[in-house]
Design a binder for this molecule. Structure first.
Ligand code: ADP
Ligand code: MG
Length: 688
């Protein structure tokens, strides 16, 4: 057994109690323990003179104690003990809160090394709650090292981890098998695993820490990426799926459309058709910006399945979307003799039972619905195609639950979120990718303006002009309610303001995450039907509806959103005949925010925008697991480590030119490791 697979109990001093605490936080093996990386490091390499000590951070110094400690009781249960110190450059105090004991041990006129938080207040220099040790020549005391800082986990404190990890490191020393052979490490500039584990915890220098971290981030991405691609290959190799026949319906559907498919639509349809007609299971991601025309592709695939005598299911995240798709598909497929049904949350129990029975008898050819499709009681006679349309992703389990209702059905996942290729590869690396990178012709570009708060009134004047012409409007705010913590306009407050302004003339409604599900659907329905003219909301409208008559969107405090998110929001308008507008109001006149927003005014290309977002933005919604379902990363961080990810991807691609590489003896350790890397909980997407 590899040394890292040994249980933590092999460490001296880790008895039953510690083992239990460790187990409680998911640590069983030496690998688990050594992969508990420090939250941060404290650079103690510099030693300062008293005069140089930097205010407001932790730092170390060597100084002489010049007097005895004095303890003051500040209030009940709270004491302060001060010890005067000096070093020839300045005088100051070491200061302890509620700890009169440590200072008592210090001897006047002796020299010590101190390390603690530095405060300078009105000429008074303090080192607060310092660690202290007698100074010895040739040893720099607390200074001179880069110290790991661990988080507390369960009943184990930072000190516990420091001690156990240090022991674990000496136990594994000289006995580690590197998953990367030497030649590979040299090619990609990676240090060996022993160096990295040691230096990620107790670095010998900042440079070593950086090198260690680089390799460990590389390794994490590498295992994830390689695992996904291998899995995809495995599915390909053995997945016995349905080989659908060619049918005449497809051509007839295409010919009957009121428009010509775009080149991109034709291309992706050919890709999907080839997969469906092949004997293997299709596992394909269809990516296309909002409005690029994915629905008709779904219709083609569903029709093909149905004409082959199979059932197709389309699962979407919201009721409104389900209804919308139901209408569109019923319309597009009306010339074919198919039974299309909507399984909606508003069905009565009786209706639901009836639909269930028509699904299981095979009478229904195409069923559209939300999560209701994966509930118990839904049994298919011959489910052959599963499509999910996910503005927000379904979890792995939900998708596979639907897939499990068939026998090896083909899978098509549609997404409107433009994901840069590098990320798509780790989010959906197990799937084949089809991209609609072309908009239907004649689509009017949404005119986008970035304005400051000073001209806010004019913007709303323009909104009113649109309303007067019979159009509808969205106003999006970053917050539900006002809060003192964030300086931004809230939906509640903007709603109140506008309700007053437009009172008696237009109907307004307010929509946000705290509105309950049923009311939410009702509000959306009113807006879709046109009885509501202006909708004030938070980003909940992102999970979208198609309201072609809505042609203007105002986004308050636009600087608080990521570019990709703004682009998604903007996709709600520009769906009808009339010219559409998007007005981004930037608060606080921040110049960088303003220029960031300009990207949106200048481009309509979701992919370009999301690449820019990736470059410009720190962590934010874009990478929130909620939106993208990013796999859990232990050490790697996105977007900060995106460049490492790109290196990893080219390395993996190169290796996979010979997919059998992993059986070579030099990759033995990797081969063992990759097998258990993927337990289901870590899977980022719908690997079945
Ligand atoms: P999305 O990719 O966002 O789901 P939809 O499928 O809803 O986009 O398409 C948006 C609109 O564009 C629909 O009204 C649809 O009928 C129309 N459309 C789709 N393909 C074309 C095309 N090739 N030419 C013109 N209009 C198209
Ligand atoms: Mg769509």
């Amino acid at each position: 057994m590899e040394i890292l697979e040994q249980p933590v109990s092999v460490l001296k001093g880790v008895g039953p109690k510690k083992q239990e605490y460790l187990r409680a936080v998911g640590i069983g093996t030496l690998r688990d323990l050594l992969h508990c990386f420090p939250r941060e490091h404290e650079d103690r390499t510099y030693s300062f003179t008293l005069a140089q000590l930097p205010h407001g951070r932790r730092a170390g110094t060597r100084a002489v104690v010049t007097g005895s400690p004095r303890t003051k009781r500040v209030r009940k249960g709270f004491t302060l003990t001060r010890v005067p110190i000096a070093d020839g450059t300045a005088r100051g105090f070491a200061l302890w809160f509620n700890n009169p004991y440590t200072p008592k041990k210090l001897r006047v006129n002796a020299e010590y090394d101190f390390f603690g938080r530095i405060e300078r207040r009105m000429g008074d220099l303090q080192i607060q709650n310092p660690q202290v040790v007698k100074a010895t020549d040739g040893d720099k005391g607390y200074s001179g090292s880069i110290a790991p800082i661990y988080s507390r986990r369960g009943r184990l404190g930072p000190g516990d981890f420091e001690r156990m990890i240090s022991k674990a490191l000496s136990t594994v020393a000289g006995r580690l098998e590197d998953i990367f052979p030497r030649g590979f490490r040299e090619e990609y500039g990676l240090e060996d695993i022993e160096f990295c584990l040691k230096n990620i915890h107790f670095p010998s220098s900042l440079k070593s820490l950086e090198k260690a971290r680089y390799r460990l981030v590389f390794e994490e991405f590498f295992l994830l990426q390689l695992g996904l691609l291998l899995m995809k290959k495995e599915l390909k190799d053995k997945g016995e799926g349905i080989a659908f026949e060619k049918t005449p319906g497809e051509g007839r559907l295409i010919d009957g459309l009121p428009f010509k498919l775009t080149g991109a639509q034709n291309r992706v349809w050919a890709e999907i058709k080839r997969d469906m007609e092949g004997p293997r299971i299709m596992n394909r991601l269809l990516q296309g910006d909002v409005g690029s025309g994915k629905t008709v592709i779904a219709a083609l695939a569903l029709l093909k399945a149905a004409q082959n005598g199979y059932q197709g299911a389309l699962m979407v995240p919201t009721e409104i979307l389900a209804e919308q798709h139901f209408q569109t598909l019923s319309d597009v497929l009306s010339g074919f003799d198919l039974n299309i049904e909507l399984l909606s949350g508003s069905c009565t129990a009786g209706q639901r039972r009836e639909i269930h029975s028509r699904i299981s008898s095979g009478e229904i050819d195409i069923i559209i619905g939300t999560h209701s499709l994966i509930q118990e009681g839904v049994e298919f006679k011959r489910l052959g195609l599963v499509i999910t349309d996910e503005q927000h992703r379904f979890g792995v389990r939900q998708r596979s639950a639907l897939v499990a209702k068939g026998t090896n059905p083909d899978i098509l996942v549609m997404t409107a979120t433009p994901i840069p290729r590098s990320l798509a590869l780790i989010l959906y690396g197990d799937m084949d990718l089809s991209i609609i990178d072309e908009m239907p012709p004649g689509r009017k570009r949404v005119e986008t303006y970035v304005i400051g708060e000073k001209v806010r009134d004019r913007a709303y004047g323009f909104v009113e002009k649109q309303l007067k012409e019979g159009r509808q409007a969205y106003v999006v705010c970053p917050l539900i309610e006002d809060t003192e913590l964030v300086d931004a306009r809230s939906a509640v407050c903007v709603y109140r303001e506008l309700a007053e302004k437009y009172s008696g003339k237009y109907n307004l409604e307010l929509l946000h995450g705290k509105v309950d599900g049923q009311t939410k659907e009702e509000i959306m329905r009113n807006f879709r039907d046109g009885s509501t003219h202006l909708l004030v909301s938070t980003t909940v409208i992102e999970v979208g509806v198609n309201v072609p008559n809505a042609n203007i969107m105002v986004i308050e405090n636009a600087e608080r959103f990521g570019l990709a998110q703004l682009h998604q929001l903007r996709g709600r308008v520009g769906r009808g005949e009339s010219q559409s507008y998007c007005i981004l109001i930037c608060g606080s006149g921040s110049r960088t925010a303003h220029s960031r927003m300009k990207v949106l005014a200048e481009s309509n290309d979701g992919f370009l925008i999301s690449e820019k977002d990736l470059q410009l933005r720190g962590p934010g919604d874009f990478f929130g697991t909620r939106q993208h379902g990013l796999p859990e990363l232990n050490i790697a961080r996105l977007p900060q480590d995106i460049d490492v990810l790109k290196h990893v991807q080219s390395a993996v691609m190169e290796l996979l030119e010979d997919p059998g590489f992993i059986s070579n003896s030099e990759w033995r350790a990797l081969n063992l490791r990759i097998g258990d890397f993927f337990d289901e909980t870590r899977l980022p997407t719908g690997v079945i």
